[in-house]
Design a protein. Structure first.
Length: 152
């Protein structure tokens, strides 16, 4: 069992002096993922399947450009690995086209079987890593209670 996909956080991003969770999709392209995985293999990093022990990616938007700012493999340490992996303090993410940010989320109700939420998503649109448009929308979603997944 894992974290429900609607609740999965793929990193955080600093935008207009506020820190947002990135939801719905990862921002890493295949080439960047390959470089990170190769680094982890070479350094014998292990990957945990626990949802609270995943890698953390922090992004930043400066002058309307999006950058990968830091990477942590172990959330219990302060070892930012971006310089070790790429030899730079930040990476301009020219491949990013769209970022979905969790602006707010609230619990609507629980009925014993399901939990109902409403959240507001801020969508940032990029072309070659440069911000050109934003939009926001609200959505409702349901998460099944954990006890309904457990059998005696």
């Amino acid at each position: 069992m894992g974290t429900p996909s609607k609740n999965r956080v793929f990193g955080q991003i600093q935008y207009k002096n506020k820190l947002y969770d990135i939801v719905i999709n990862s921002l890493l392209n295949q080439e960047t993922q390959f470089i990170i995985q190769k680094f982890k293999q070479d350094k014998n990093y292990t990957t945990s399947s626990a949802p609270w022990l995943h890698e953390a990616y922090h992004w930043n938007i400066e002058n309307d450009k999006i950058y990968l700012q830091s990477i942590w493999f172990d959330l219990c340490s302060n070892d930012n690995q971006i310089m070790n992996i790429f030899g730079k303090k930040k990476i301009f993410a020219n491949w990013v086209q769209k970022v979905n940010l969790l602006e707010s989320q609230k619990l609507l109700k629980r009925d014993g079987v399901n939990t109902y939420y409403q959240r507001k998503i801020l969508v940032l649109h990029f072309e070659n890593g440069i911000l050109f448009n934003t939009e926001s929308y609200s959505e409702d979603y349901v998460v099944k209670e954990l006890k309904n997944y457990i059998t005696d």
